[in-house]
Design a protein around this ligand. Sequence first.
Ligand code: PBG
Length: 325
Amino acid sequence: MFLTRRPRRNRKSAAIRDLTAENTLSVNDLIFPMFVQQGSDIKAEITSMPGIYRYSPDTLVKEIGEVAAMGIKSICLFPNYPESQKNQFATESANPDTFYIKTLAEIKSKFPEIALMTDVAMDPYSSDGHDGVVENGKILNDETLNILGNMALAQARAGVDIIGPSDMMDGRVGYIRNLLDDEGFSDVSIMSYTAKYASAFYGPFRDALESAPKFGDKKTYQMNPANVAEALVEGQLDYEEGADMLMVKPALSYLDVIRAMNESFPIPIAAYNVSGEYAMLKAAAQNGWIDGDKAMLEMLLSMKRAGASIILTYFAKEAAALLNG
Ligand code: PBG
């Protein structure tokens, strides 16, 4: 048979396949989300996230040493607070002496080369388990901004490199940007959780932080999974308000949103490969129903192909081990 075009020629060997690959995955793309709690000598596995642990500050610092040695250059740290330290206004989030802020400072002093990212939202510190201030069952927008601003400032003072507002309040990126600039933190980056959907895939994360909402859901502030044009409205606002990087979350069910954002905004797009996506793959792999390593790399590559240049993933260590080969 005479065929001018034989696409299989570009797949005939590993060398040719590598040569013609349109996208590649690198350890440079990855941010490793990690969990910290009060105490010492603690390494507690999260039941719904096999292989992922909550560390006390001492064991966390050791673990970060290992993570860094594997070539992972960026981490995002989330705190687990006991119920007794939560309240309606998330006051603990702005306390410079709280274990979380002190741990951030310690990480920056021990690993100055690591890019350290934090989350800005009330939920880990809120007795209501919501990302904003609750009054009569409603989540208040403008009243929340001041709390988010103080939280971001406390984190910036601890030396963090990237602030990640994940609360989905309107106007928060601009509010935080102004405050950071006024207080002399014009170098601190903002990676906005721009298109954050009201998703069932955050369940295991809320187990890890014990931060599930005490009533209702997050649908009045997180986005409707049916929408993509609205993600571009959020993107436009965050871009204009000064965000340095825009995030789409979750990743796997929202690859079209990643693509749309990548085509619309000239700044880096991040994908958050969330806890439920991690848990699903782990469960299937542990049952022997799927090849976990191959499926993981395929999933992460799909986010790159969709247009994300940054991936937050609980698979960061496993991926790094394979990529370092
Ligand atoms: C906090 C926050 C959440 C996640 C990241 N930051 C949970 C939520 O909004 O309920 C989820 C991350 C994951 O599932 O891996 N606002």
